[in-house]
Design a binder for this molecule. Structure first.
Ligand code: AKG
Ligand code: FE2
Length: 335
């Protein structure tokens, strides 16, 4: 799969039979890291990290500004260990949960790079929303013990800039049950302890019932077997009950004028023989700030509007968000 080839361009190219070219053009440079998932959460240090992050999320769930968006966030995956080899490995601009269909609501990334220098590159570059934006909001260096927490959705397009030293990070995603209910694969993950855990030792059955939007859904969820693998027949009958929609259906519903224009322009270039500058002429505004880099001259926005990096020490803010549990990290929040 082409990682990072999201949005209109990726979709139209794969549909038009350009998958191979797209793979060649995008796959290698799109994501140069090597990843290992610890879905069962038993890799060294993962249970402790999970406990600390669960406490952080529970703290956030008590914050008025974000409580509603985190209301059905009762699940998380194990952990993803990623190493970006220092040969300029990077991950192109993307959104983790592009269409808000796979359930991911919050992304937490912990960096494990001691003695990181600016010349080592590898910053996490965060853009202003949305994927069409070229405005850099912030570059975050992947410093030892720094934790970044951001929305997994369109608000936070991001990329990992080329890394010139091996760069290590652990990511954990916090999952919204209500959103997961509407997608076949995400739905199944809610039932599988190998794929997702319930945060803060919450009870899986209770969490499932809580995700229900209607009484009929709640009833079904309260009767279904936990940790089961669903048969094809079961999946066929569950689909209509839970109104599963695949990515394509959701994408069509969300497709903007601009997406359609981009698709048409790509089509004109690839099939109609137009030169790209002709095909795209006058279609979208010139991207701003392409070569500007981070807007270092501007004052940093404050929480909860945008992004804040809390330096350690002191830990005052961290303690507040963690409901009194001390987590000795430097962390940032993206709103
Ligand atoms: O390692 C990072 O800074 C972010 C990685 C990332 O964007 C991802 O794995 O989706
Ligand atoms: Fe990402």
């Amino acid at each position: 799969m082409v990682r990072g080839a999201t949005g209109a361009a990726g979709k139209v190219l794969s549909k038009e039979g350009y998958t191979e070219k797209l793979e060649r053009a995008l796959n290698e440079p799109s994501r140069g890291d090597v990843v290992k998932f610890s879905d069962d959460g038993r890799m060294p240090g993962v249970p402790q990290l999970a406990a600390a992050l669960d406490a952080l999320v529970e703290g956030l769930q008590a914050c008025e500004e974000v409580a509603e968006r985190l209301r059905f966030v009762d699940w998380a995956n194990g952990a993803m260990f990623a190493v970006y080899p220092g040969d300029a490995a990077r991950y192109i601009k993307h959104v983790d949960n592009t269409l808000a269909t796979d359930g991911r609501r919050l992304t937490a990334v912990l960096y494990l790079n001691r003695d990181w220098k600016p010349a080592d590159g590898g910053c996490l570059r965060i853009f202003e929303p949305t994927m069409q934006s070229f405005q850099v909001k912030r570059d975050v260096e992947p410093l030892w013990n720094r934790l970044v927490v951001n929305w997994s959705t369109q608000e936070v397009p991001h990329e990992v800039l080329s890394s010139y030293k091996d760069r290590v990070a652990i990511s954990m995603w916090f999952i919204c049950g209500r959103e997961s209910l509407r997608n076949r694969e995400a739905f199944q993950r809610l039932f599988s302890p190998e794929k997702l855990r319930c945060i803060g030792s919450r009870d899986r059955r209770r969490c499932l019932e809580k995700t229900a939007e209607t009484e009929a859904e709640r009833k079904l969820l309260s009767q279904m077997q936990l940790s089961q693998a669903f048969s094809a027949a079961e999946l066929a009958s569950l689909g209509p009950h839970f109104r599963w929609r695949n990515e394509e259906e959701v994408e069509q519903a969300h497709e903007s004028e601009q997406d359609r224009a981009i698709k048409a322009a790509i089509h004109r270039t690839l099939q109609g023989g137009s030169r790209p500058e002709e095909a795209f002429a006058g279609m979208v505004g010139q991207p701003k700030g392409l070569d500007e880099g981070p807007r270092s001259g501007l004052p940093a926005p404050t929480l909860p509007c945008h992004f804040e990096v809390v330096e350690d020490p002191p830990f005052a803010e961290a303690n507040m968000l963690l409901n009194g549990i001390r987590m000795p990290t430097t962390f940032g929040l993206v709103d």
